[in-house]
Design a protein around this ligand. Structure first.
Ligand code: SAM
Length: 183
């Protein structure tokens, strides 16, 4: 069984026009992805932001729930929030995981040569290098991140005929963890 971590990328992501931007940290994303990650056994949740003030915000939220009054009031949050690792760039997360780490990107759009969840799940059960599951914000991961990936996971799709597919990153992360890491 391979080590699996997640990264929530705030830069580089694209906006609605396809321009590369940085997005703001969302408190709810930190909580929900940490809780889902802890539930499904991911080793860490990297929060990637290039702006120091945004990283400090994420650090403060984390400390509140791991050491501060939040940890005394609702102790169940601490094991989840301890998974957060706030870093300034995706490469820092990759360095933490070791030189052979594989990036597996997620997207609402079908990529050429996308790997199905069934195949990806099997690969995680084989011996192999650690895997960093990469999630976007804004309108999704910038091409420069997608181009580095060794696996592009297939999108989560429904049977809706009209193609509506706008999951929050929090919901998408929980579904991806469940599909890849549940019993
Ligand atoms: N502002 C949005 C929010 O409320 O979270 C951010 C949307 S962001 C583009 C959504 C991210 O969640 C994508 O980059 C991808 O990582 C993941 N995601 C969303 N829909 C998905 C889907 N159908 N399949 C796989 N991943 C998906």
């Amino acid at each position: 069984v391979r080590v699996v971590a997640a990264a929530l990328v705030h830069y580089p992501v694209v906006d609605r026009y396809g321009d590369v931007v940085a997005t703001a940290i969302t408190n709810l994303d930190l909580h929900d992805i940490a809780r889902s990650g802890r539930t499904f056994g991911v080793s860490a949740v990297y929060v990637v932001h290039p702006v120091a003030a945004q990283r400090e915000l994420a650090d403060r939220v984390q400390r509140h729930w791991t050491e501060g009054s939040g940890s005394r009031r609702i102790p169940d949050r601490a094991p989840a929030m301890q998974l957060l690792r706030v870093v300034s760039k995706l490469e820092d997360a990759m360095v933490c995981m070791g030189s052979c780490v594989e990036l597996w990107t997620t997207s609402a759009k079908q990529a050429p040569l996308a790997v199905s969840f069934d195949v990806a799940r099997e690969r995680l059960r084989e011996e192999g290098p650690p895997v960093l599951l990469v999630f976007g914000t804004g309108w999704g991961l910038a091409p420069e991140v997608v181009d580095q990936a060794s696996v592009h996971l297939a999108p989560i799709v429904s049977t809706r005929a009209d193609g509506y597919n706008h999951l929050s990153v929090r919901a998408a992360a929980a579904i991806v963890f469940d599909r890849l890491l549940s019993v």
